[in-house]
Design a protein around this ligand. Structure first.
Ligand SMILES: [Zn+2]
Length: 287
């Protein structure tokens, strides 16, 4: 962590969603091959990605569903033992937009309880499938979360999202600005968009890694040159990004970024810096 970081400098956040069995179970379970692919996440993928981050002295942020933490305590130990941040990613990878408010609260609290058994109190949340509900931000605020990374109103620009919007076919009534910070998510920086070959769960891969390297390099160059205070959030899934050809792409990307002097920080650190720059929650904002 830099003592007095330049508030206009861009940062890179490497985030890793360790979904393991949870999405398969939420979808009804029963597919043994799908469950075993989830196991690749923790037994093969997490160690490879932890090693990659160590090679580049990068502190990452791992979003871990409560069910994953319950099944694979050794993976949680490996991640937190290496100094990485752990964030909340539901209990059974439940997309909040498909839940009632009560079900969403139960999922949040069950996820918190599971992580607490490992001594972890997450500061950040990412909605599974990036499908937050109209209630999500309010429920996160009530539980003291410092940031969310599920919304997409900007590309790299951290902002204070709104709570209490009413948007329907009649128009839009905008609510207040949240106290927490949004570090926006992006499908463009999601490995699943390019490399996932899990046909039951979408994904268009495998794609040529050189194409993705070009897209990501150009996007990061734009953020660095044109967006003061940008936080570039890269989202990886171990069962996708721990495959050899993606690991080699990430090696090239991290080498380039390190050579260019890029700063890698955890989501927690990016949120802290953004909170200092952004207007207070009650102030009007452009977003
Ligand atoms: Zn996920």
């Amino acid at each position: 962590m830099t003592a007095n970081p330049d508030p206009n400098a861009h940062v890179i956040c490497v985030t890793i969603d360790v979904d393991a069995y949870s999405p398969v179970l939420f979808d009804g379970g029963g597919d043994a091959a799908a469950l075993s692919q989830g196991e690749f996440d923790v037994r093969i993928g997490v160690p490879r990605l932890v090693d990659l981050l160590a090679a580049y002295d990068v502190m990452g942020t791992f979003f871990v569903p409560g069910h994953t933490a319950a099944c694979f305590p050794e993976a949680v130990g490996l991640i937190s033992g290496a100094g990485h941040e752990i964030g909340h990613h539901g209990y059974l990878h439940e997309p909040p937009a498909r839940l009632t408010r009560q079900e969403e609260e139960a999922s949040l609290d069950r996820g918190l309880e599971s992580l607490a058994r490992h001594g972890i109190r997450p500061e950040g949340y990412r909605a599974p499938l990036w499908e937050p509900s109209a209630h999500t931000l309010e429920l996160l605020e009530a539980r003291g979360f410092a940031y969310d990374s599920s919304m997409m109103a900007t590309d790299f620009i951290p902002y204070r999202p709104r709570v209490g919007d009413v948007i329907d076919e009649h128009g839009a009534t905008f609510g207040r600005h949240a106290a927490l910070v949004e570090l926006p998510a992006s499908w463009i920086f999601d490995d699943w968009s390019y490399f996932a070959n899990v046909w039951r769960a979408g994904g268009g891969g495998p794609a040529p890694p050189s194409h993705v390297l070009e897209i990501w390099t150009e996007m990061i160059a734009y953020a660095a040159d044109s967006v003061p205070g940008a936080a570039v959030v890269i989202t990886l899934h171990p069962q996708v990004s721990a495959q050899g050809y993606v690991l080699r792409l990430l090696t090239r990307l991290f080498t380039q970024l390190r050579a260019a002097g890029a700063e890698f920080v955890t989501m927690r650190e990016a949120a802290r810096r953004a909170a200092e720059r952004l207007p207070a929650a009650a102030a009007p904002a452009e977003i």
